[in-house]
Design a protein around this ligand. Structure first.
Ligand SMILES: [Zn+2]
Length: 636
C-alpha cells in the first residue's frame, strides 16, 4: 500500500483522538534513589492521588516470567505513609501479607509512601536475589512499587524516576524523558510496561548495536564489575547479530518497537535470565565473554530469553496471562511457554553461530540423558512439573532425580524436536515447526501485546501446520507418566544416543562453571567438587543400590583422598576392578560404600545414523544469509 492511501485513514484516526476523553491522570508515581546501592539500600518514594476514607495498597506478588509468588515484600523496610504531609498509621492485611491500608482524612490531596528496599545478597533465586554490587544494579520495578489494590496493571498509569550514583550509565526499554541532574525521568506508562521494563545501570557500562541499519533497534547493554569483562569478542557480536536476523526469519515478524538485552556480568549477583516484551534481564558471571567455558555454559541464555518476546510474552498461556500481580498463575502449559522456548533457543543458538554444531549436539545429548536420569518420571507426568513449577523452582538440588525438577524446559525441548522432525518427515521436508511458529507467533508488529492461548489453540495450530493426531501425541508425552525420555526426535532426526569416554564441550563447561563433577550415568551421582559433597543420587543407579544419599561427604575413593581426578580414575578403571569404594562422612559418621560398577567412563553423545535423513543438522543449520560486513560494533 502506498503512503497516499493512508491519508483518509489518518484523518479518521485524528478525529477519533479529538473526540476521545483525555488520558487518565497518573495513578501513582515512584521515585527510586539508587545512590546507596553499594550499601544494598534503595530509597523509594511513591505518591498516590488523595481520597478520603480507606486507601489500600498492594505490593506485587506474582511476578511474570518467574511463574510464582516471588515478590519479596519481606525486604520492604522503614515504611512511612503520609496523608496531606502528615504521618498516618498503616496496618497490614491479616491474610494477604502484600496489602496495607491507611485511613486518610477528607480533603487529602495526596497519599505519600516512603520505604527502603533491602537488596538481597543471596545468589539463589531470581529477581528477588542479588541484583547489585558497588558497581552495578539491575532494578526490577515490581520490587519498589505498591499499587492501588485491585487495580489492573494495564489500566494503571504511572510515572517513574530514578536517581543514579555519580557517573553511572543505564539502559532500559522504558522511554526516557529529559534528565534532571542525576535523576532520570521516564515517560509515563502503564504499570504493566513499568514492571516489564527493568533498568540496568552501572559504573562499567557498554552498549553494542545488534541490528545496525534496522528500523527496529536491538541492543546489547552490559554492566559489569570490571571494565575488562565488557570486552565481548567480535565473533560473539556477529553471532548475536545473526540471532536477531534468524529470530525475525523464524517468526516472520517481531512484537517490539525496540529490544534491549540487559546483561549483568558479576560474580556477586544471582545468575539466570528473565524475559520481558522489549528487553531481558540476563545475569551471567563477570568473565563470561573472556572465558570459553563460562561463555559456553551460558550459550543458551540470550537466544532463550529473546525467543520469549514471541513465545511467553506475546503468546502466553491463559493461566499465566494474569492482569495484575495478585492473581495466582497456573503453570500447566509451561511445557509450551518454557519448553518451546528452550527448543527454539537451542535451535537459534545453533543457526546464529552462538554455538558450533558440535556444541549444539552436545547440549542435545546432555539434555536427553539428563531427562532419562530424572527417574521421578516414573511417578509424575511432565505436565505436573509445570503445574507445580511455583514450588519446584525453589526446591533444593537434593533428590532432584527422584522428585523431578522444572523438567518442562529440557523435556519440552525433546518433545518439540520430536514434533519438528515428525512434521519434516511426514511432509518430506515441505513443512516444519518454523511454519508453526509463523502461524502461532506471527501477525503485525504492534509493539508489546499479549495473545493468550489454551491447549486447544496449540493443537489447532499444529494441526493447521501438518495434519496429525496432535492431541494423542501430546497426551502421551506430556500428560501421561513415561518411563523413558522422549528421544524420538533424535533417532527419527538421524542420530543415535551413544556414550563416549570424555566430556563434550557443553558438559565440560557446565562442570567448570558450576564446580561440579557429573557422574549420573556411571555411579549415579552428582558431586559438589569444592565441598566434596554428593548433591544427588540417581534412583536405581549403583550409588542408590549401595545406599548413598545427597549431602554425604566423599572422603576417599578406593582408599585415596577424594578429588575429581581420583573419582574419575576409579570410574575409568572399573571394567578391571568391577567396583568403586567410597568412604563417606554422613553427618559425622563414617562408612565405606561399595558400588557394583564396571562400565568405565560414560558421557552422553549423539552419533550419526546414516540410514536416516539428517533432520537435526538441517534444523540447526543457518537459515538466513548473513551480510559479509556489518560495520562498527559498539555505539558511542
Ligand atoms: Zn524461559
Amino acid at each position: 500500500m502506498s503512503p497516499r492511501t493512508h491519508v483518509p485513514a489518518l484523518v479518521a484516526l485524528l478525529c477519533m483522538l479529538a473526540a476521545a476523553p483525555a488520558l487518565a491522570a497518573t495513578d501513582f508515581t515512584v521515585h527510586v534513589d539508587a545512590r546507596e546501592t553499594p550499601r544494598g539500600l534503595l530509597h523509594v518514594t511513591q505518591s498516590f492521588p488523595g481520597r478520603s476514607g480507606t486507601v489500600s495498597l498492594t505490593y506485587p506478588r506474582w511476578i511474570p516470567g518467574e511463574h510464582g509468588p516471588t515478590g519479596p515484600n519481606v525486604d520492604v523496610a522503614g515504611l512511612v505513609v503520609r496523608a496531606g504531609g502528615k504521618v498516618v498509621p498503616w496496618r497490614r492485611d491479616l491474610v494477604d501479607m502484600q496489602t496495607i491500608r491507611v485511613d486518610v482524612p477528607s480533603g487529602t490531596k495526596s497519599v505519600d509512601v516512603a520505604f527502603d528496599f533491602l537488596l538481597d545478597n543471596s545468589t539463589d533465586g531470581f529477581t528477588s536475589a542479588a541484583c547489585a554490587t558497588p558497581n552495578l544494579l539491575l532494578l526490577s520495578w515490581n520490587e519498589v512499587a505498591f499499587f492501588p489494590t485491585g487495580g489492573k496493571s494495564d489500566a494503571l498509569r504511572c510515572e517513574a524516576s530514578l536517581t543514579l550514583p555519580d557517573h553511572w550509565q543505564y539502559g532500559t526499554a522504558l522511554e526516557s524523558g529529559p534528565a534532571s541532574g542525576a535523576t532520570i525521568k521516564f515517560e509515563p506508562c502503564t504499570f504493566t510496561t513499568l514492571v516489564d521494563s527493568p533498568v540496568l545501570c552501572g559504573r562499567y557500562f557498554k552498549t553494542v548495536d545488534l541490528a545496525p541499519g534496522d528500523s527496529v533497534p536491538v541492543r546489547l547493554r552490559m554492566a559489569c564489575d570490571s571494565e575488562e569483562g565488557l570486552n565481548i569478542p567480535d565473533a560473539q557480536v556477529d553471532a548475536l547479530r545473526n540471532l536477531v536476523r534468524e529470530a525475525k526469519s523464524l517468526f516472520g515478524t517481531q512484537h517490539f518497537h525496540h529490544y534491549d538485552f540487559l546483561m549483568t556480568l558479576s560474580e556477586q549477583t544471582a545468575h539466570f535470565g528473565l524475559e520481558h516484551h522489549q528487553s531481558s534481564d540476563d545475569r551471567a558471571r563477570e568473565r563470561t565473554w573472556l572465558d570459553d567455558d563460562l561463555r559456553r555454559n551460558n550459550s543458551n541464555l540470550l537466544s532463550h530469553e529473546f525467543v520469549h518476546s514471541w513465545n511467553g510474552k506475546f503468546r502466553r498461556p491463559a493461566g499465566l496471562s494474569t492482569d495484575d500481580y495478585f492473581t495466582p498463575m497456573q503453570g500447566d502449559l509451561l511445557w509450551v511457554y518454557e519448553g518451546l522456548t528452550q527448543y527454539l533457543g537451542f535451535v537459534l543458538a545453533a543457526r546464529s553461530g552462538i554455538r558450533t554444531p558440535d556444541e549444539a549436539r552436545d547440549a542435545l545429548a546432555s539434555a536427553a540423558a539428563d531427562m532419562e536420569a530424572h527417574r521421578g518420571r516414573e511417578w509424575r507426568p511432565l505436565v505436573d512439573t509445570g503445574t507445580e513449577a511455583q514450588l519446584l523452582y525453589e526446591a533444593r538440588g537434593a533428590w532432584e532425580y527422584a522428585r523431578r525438577s522444572t523438567d518442562f524446559y529440557d523435556e519440552g525441548l525433546l518433545i518439540w524436536l520430536d514434533a519438528d522432525v515428525l512434521i519434516r518427515t511426514q511432509s518430506k521436508g515441505q513443512k516444519s515447526l518454523d511454519d508453526f511458529c509463523k502461524r502461532f507467533h506471527g501477525g503485525p508488529n504492534r509493539g508489546p501485546e499479549v495473545k493468550p492461548y489454551t491447549l486447544n489453540d496449540v493443537i489447532a495450530a499444529l494441526q493447521a501446520t501438518w495434519p496429525y493426531d496432535w492431541a494423542g501425541f501430546l497426551r502421551q508425552r506430556v500428560y501421561t507418566v513415561q518411563p523413558h525420555a522422549p528421544t524420538n526426535g533424535i533417532t527419527a532426526g538421524g542420530w543415535r544416543m551413544t556414550w563416549k569416554d570424555s566430556l563434550g564441550p557443553i558438559q565440560k563447561a557446565r562442570e567448570v562453571a558450576n564446580k561440579t563433577v557429573e557422574e549420573p550415568y556411571t555411579l549415579g551421582i552428582r558431586v559438589d567438587d569444592e565441598k566434596a559433597k554428593i548433591i544427588d543420587v540417581v534412583p536405581g543407579s549403583p550409588a542408590d543400590e549401595a545406599g548413598l544419599a545427597p549431602d554425604m561427604k566423599l572422603t576417599a575413593v578406593n582408599g585415596r583422598k577424594y578429588s575429581s581426578d581420583v573419582l574419575r580414575d576409579a570410574i575409568a578403571a572399573s571394567p578391571r576392578t568391577g567396583r568403586v569404594e567410597l568412604l563417606c562422612d554422613n553427618k559425622g559418621f563414617f562408612k565405606t560404600f561399595t558400588l557394583d560398577y564396571r562400565d568405565g567412563r560414560r558421557n552422553p553423545a549423539i552419533t550419526r545414523d546414516n540410514g536416516v535423513r539428517d533432520h537435526v543438522s538441517e534444523i540447526l543449520a543457518p537459515h538466513v544469509k548473513q551480510p559479509a560486513d556489518v560495520g562498527a560494533r559498539s555505539l558511542p
